[in-house]
Every structure is written in structure tokens, then in C-alpha cells.
Design a binder for this molecule. Structure first.
Ligand code: FAD
Length: 519
């Protein structure tokens, strides 16, 4: 995860600033001891933390202060202003924390606070001594964030994370964006350095889980001994849908979920002149943008007339289409592929699109086999309660597979968002230790196309009013999705502060009949 550099600007806080320069709730960017530092005033208290988000290097000084925290404008990570602790994913690591002293009319940053990276920084207040063995199936967004949170919460006993992939955990969203475009080096992709798991005593088992024995509290693993657990997290994610058409299994046809998939597309793109992307999904379109960055001709085939309209509304969908066209992508909308040949994709109207590379981006389906076989209650996903526990006590589910009672929409929802999966994993981890925290965070996702990033906060499957403020063409827009006068979601381009404000507004509203309290 790269890009953690920020130019030093503003005053030198180590030399001090006038206390009157900050009013209650104000923040200021400066520096101290060679680091970018954010100073803020909370009532009469002055606090200072690192100014650069530990996720992608977002500028925290351009974020929003709320209740003793600052939220990153880019992907809504959240840090404690008093300790620097990463309170919300996608940031997994804290920012630095500095001591601030008031000397008469001046406030001075006096030193950087030393931190023990292995000390529990976010302890769970409970006595749940019965959990001594935690098993986590899947080292993706949810599973890995859960493993780290167990340690941050003060859990000292066994953690086994079982994943069938050789590379996990890694930055999956990057696989269709900068990494695929050739703009992110390989070093940015792992979520953690190679020795991190060992240092934190997290046992990563590289194998496929074949069965969960809920009665015997065991995870059965291909080619290995079963692993017994006291608490289990299922975080198996989703897998790409393969269209059942002739030629779908030809070697030049790819899907994109894993690092191996992305590497295979990179390798194929190096020899490719013409690609066809099947599907106008976020992943399909991000892939189209990345292939254009590699100078491959790209055609996108999709059944809808405006891509992403169902999720983003007409205005943003039409803008995204035009944005891709301005970069040379040719759309074949209202069309489906009928078959794939060695050198072409043939559409349902007989059009033949020459292609030496085909990427299917037609959506995913959650990996539910283990949960189904274990007899867990299903509801178009694994059904979990407000604490993310499944119908089997001690068995939790998080991420793309889990459907949870969302107190903001009042619906049981399942989403496929990176940040949501990580936050669910973190909440599930703390609840395994007895915290009984309700998962009540407002969903957030982003999608990047060329130099445009779309941020989407909230959740709207349908709406009765859509309000467009600003202009998508000018790359300065906020689209509000409302139902019955209530804000359900907000999609923005280059309006990060508005996106954070909407998140805070949505957090304060819950449906009249929310999911029952975690008690
Ligand atoms: P995953 O991250 O998929 O992890 C599941 C893990 O479980 C995998 O490592 C898998 O190998 C393992 N596993 C599954 N079954 C077994 C088994 N039986 N035994 C052992 N291991 C198993 N979301 C956004 O919000 N913004 C974005 O920009 C964005 N971009 C994306 C780009 C791409 C290319 C992709 C594929 C997804 C993107 N997403 C994005 C979606 C986001 O990555 C997912 O929502 C998120 O990864 C879900 O997390 P998860 O933990 O549920 O599953």
C-alpha cells in the first residue's frame, strides 16, 4: 500500500504556535521533527497526531473532525485524535501521536510518543475467558482485519487463519486499478510485511477448508489435521460468475478476483492488442480503464443501456460511460455475448468483436458452501445478527457472505465492499471476545476510473428521489439518493468533505424499528 508521502507544510509545531490560532473543533496542518502533523483543539485540550492516513496516504487535515476523531477524506478511515489509534478500517495501523504542551499563550509539540506495536491498543472490556482458540476461514478483507483486531483487543491465545491462496492478505481493490494499470508496484499489494503474522503470533495455514463441524467445533482442512475452535469466523468472500456460454473456458478468457487473476491479465495484456470486457460492472469498467493505460484497445459489452445506472443513477452512469469513451473505450450496450472464439467475441446480434484477451466482469456470487453444509441459517447469504453471529453460537460471519440487520436502512443487507468487510471482521473479532458490539456502521465504497474516484456512502437499493448537485462532467458532483425524504446514500466525485458529512448525518439516523439492541 504505497503513497505514504506528504510534503511538509504549515507551521513548525515543535517551535510552537499561538494557542488562539485554533478554536474549539479546529484543526491545522503543520509539522514536527520532520513529520507532517495534524494539530486539533478539542475544548481546551490541544492534541497532535500524524497527518497522513496509514491506508493510502490520504491528507487527514482535509478530513472531518467528529467526536474526538478525524476521518480521512479519501476512504473514510477514522483515527483517535488523542492516541492516533486506527478506529475504523480501511486503516489498519495507527498514526503517530505527539505530546502537546501549553506554555502560556503558546502550544508546543514536545515529542513523539513511543508505541509498542505489539501492545493491545484497543482492549476489549469483558471477561470472556472461555475463548482460547479462534479459527478464521479466509485471509481476505474481513478475515485478516479480524485476526489483527483480536491482537489489538488484547487476545493472547491461538489464532489460526486458514486460506487457500498463497498470497493473502493483499489489497484486493488495487487489483483492478493501479496494479492492473501498471502504476502500483508489487510491494504495495501485500497488506502486511512477510514477517507480520509471525511477529503477532498469527498462524496462517495455506490450505482449503472442506467442512465445518459445528457440533464438534472443528474446521476440516484438505490434506491437514482438523483445527479445533472455541470461536469461528467465516469470511470466505465471493467468486466471479462465469457466463455459461461456448468458449468461456478458452485460455484467453479471464475473471478477476485474486492476485493470481490480476497477474494473469497483466501478462496477457502485454501480448494483447484488442480486449473485450464482458460486463459493465465496477470491476469490468475499472479493468477497461487499466487496460487502456496499457494501450490495449478495449470494447465493453453489457446488456444495460447505461452502465452502473442501477447503482449510481442515470447522471453518474452516463458520465462514467462518457469518461471511458473519452479514453477510447468502445461500448456495445444492450448486447450480450453469444459465444467466445479463439480470436473474437460474437454478440447476440451477430456482431463479431476481435479479441485476443477477454475479461468477464459480470458480478460475483458469495462463497456459501461451507456455511450451507454446516446448516447455518441462510438468507441470500449467511444470516447474522446485529453482533455478526450466525445461527450457530460462537460462529460468526463477515464480509461478502454476510447479511446483517442494517439499522440505517432498517433492512437486512449484504454488500460487497472492502471497507465494510474489514469493519465487519473487526467487530466480529471483538464480539468473539465478549464485547457485544453492534455492527452499525454506514456502508462505504469507492471505485476509481482514470483520474476520477467515486465515493459512495450509505446503501440505496431503490429510491423515490434522486438529487444531483453540481456537474459530473465538471468532475464536481454529489448525487443524493432519498426514500420518503430520508437520505439513504450519497455518491460524490471530488466532494470528499460532503461525503464525510453525509456519513455522519446518516450515522445519527436509524430506522424506527432498528435491529434489536445488542444489550
Ligand atoms: P475476500 O477478500 O474475497 O477474502 C476471502 C478469502 O477467503 C480469500 O482469500 C479466499 O481465498 C479465502 N477462501 C474462500 N474459501 C475458502 C476455503 N474454502 N478455504 C480456505 N480459504 C478460502 N470494494 C470496494 O469497496 N472498493 C473497491 O474499489 C473494490 N475494488 C475491487 C476490485 C476487485 C478486483 C475485486 C475482486 C473486488 C473489489 N472490491 C472493492 C470488493 C472487495 O474487495 C470485497 O468486498 C472484499 O474483498 C470482501 O472481503 P471478504 O473478506 O468477504 O472476502
Amino acid at each position: 500500500m504505497g503513497g505514504n508521502e506528504q510534503q511538509l507544510g504549515g507551521p513548525d509545531f515543535a517551535a510552537g504556535i499561538a494557542a488562539s490560532q485554533l478554536h474549539d473543533g479546529d484543526k491545522m496542518l503543520g509539522h514536527a521533527f520532520g513529520d507532517a502533523v495534524l494539530m486539533a483543539r478539542l475544548g481546551d485540550e490541544y492534541v497532535a497526531i500524524g497527518a497522513t492516513c496509514t491506508h493510502y496516504g490520504g491528507p487527514l487535515a482535509e478530513g472531518v473532525i467528529e467526536d474526538g476523531t478525524v476521518r480521512c477524506p479519501w476512504h473514510h478511515a477514522c483515527f483517535s485524535l488523542r492516541t492516533g489509534e486506527a478506529l475504523r478500517a480501511p486503516a489498519l495501523s495507527p498514526v503517530a501521536c505527539y505530546e502537546v504542551e501549553r506554555r502560556g499563550d503558546t502550544v508546543v509539540v514536545t515529542r513523539k510518543v513511543e508505541r509498542d506495536p505489539l501492545a493491545p491498543s484497543y482492549p476489549v472490556k469483558t471477561d470472556a475467558p472461555s475463548v482460547k482458540r479462534v479459527a478464521i476461514v479466509g485471509a481476505g478483507a474481513a478475515g485478516w482485519a479480524a485476526a489483527e483486531m483480536l491482537r489489538r483487543s488484547g487476545y493472547r491465545d491461538r489464532i489460526a487463519v486458514i486460506d487457500r491462496e498463497p498470497d493473502s492478505p493483499y489489497d484486493r481493490p488495487n487489483l483492478s486499478k493501479d496494479y492492473l494499470a501498471g502504476n502500483a508496484p508489487e510491494e504495495w499489494i501485500p497488506l502486511r510485511p512477510a514477517d507480520f503474522a509471525k511477529e503477532h503470533d498469527i498462524d496462517v495455514v495455506r490450505a482449503r477448508v472442506t467442512r465445518i463441524d459445528v457440533a464438534g467445533k472443528k474446521v476440516e482442512i484438505e490434506g491437514k489435521d482438523p483445527i479445533a475452535y472455541d470461536a469461528l469466523l467465516l469470511a470466505t468472500g465471493a467468486e466471479p460468475i462465469h457466463l455459461p456460454i461456448d468458449g468461456a473456458d478458452l485460455p484467453h478468457v479471464h475473471v478477476l478476483r485474486s492476485l493470481a487473476d490480476s497477474r494473469a491479465i497483466v501478462a496477457a495484456s502485454e501480448k494483447s492488442k484488442r480486449a473485450v470486457v464482458i460486463g459493465g460492472s465496477f470491476i469490468g469498467l475499472e479493468t477497461a480503464a487499466s487496460l487502456r493505460a496499457r494501450n490495449v484497445e478495449v470494447r465493453v459489452v453489457a446488456p444495460e443501456s447505461v452502465p452502473l445506472e442501477k447503482v449510481m443513477g442515470h447522471e453518474l452512469g452516463a458520465f462514467i460511460k462518457q469518461l471511458h469513451e473519452s479514453h477510447g473505450v468502445v461500448f456495445h450496450l444492450g448486447r450480450k455475448p453469444q459465444r467466445i472464439e479463439r480470436d473474437a467475441v460474437v454478440l447476440d446480434d451477430g456482431t463479431r468483436l476481435e479479441a485476443d484477451l477477454v475479461v468477464m466482469g459480470v458480478g460475483v456470487k458469495p462463497r456459501l458452501e461451507l456455511a450451507e453444509q454446516a446448516g447455518l441459517t441462510m438468507d441470500r447469504g449467511v444470516s447474522v445478527n446485529e453482533c455478526l453471529e450466525t445461527s450457530a453460537p460462537g460462529v460468526y460471519a463477515a464480509g461478502d457472505i454476510a447479511r446483517w440487520p442494517d439499522p440505517h436502512s432498517g433492512e437486512k443487507i449484504r454488500v460487497e465492499h472492502w471497507v465494510v468487510a474489514e469493519r465487519m471482521g473487526q467487530t466480529a473479532a471483538r464480539n468473539m471476545l465478549g464485547a457485544r458490539e453492534r455492527f452499525d456502521q454506514v456502508p462505504f465504497f469507492w471505485s476509481a476510473h482514470y483520474d476520477v474516484s467515486i465515493n459512495y456512502v450509505g446503501h440505496a437499493e431503490k429510491w423515490d428521489r434522486l438529487e444531483v448537485n453540481g456537474s459530473a462532467e465538471q468532475k464536481d458532483v454529489a448525487v443524493r439518493f432519498e426514500q420518503g425524504g430520508k437520505l439513504l446514500a450519497l455518491a460524490t466525485i471530488f466532494r470528499d468533505q460532503e461525503s464525510l458529512d453525509a456519513e455522519i448525518e446518516m450515522e445519527s439516523t436509524e430506522q424506527a424499528a432498528p435491529a434489536k439492541s445488542a444489550g
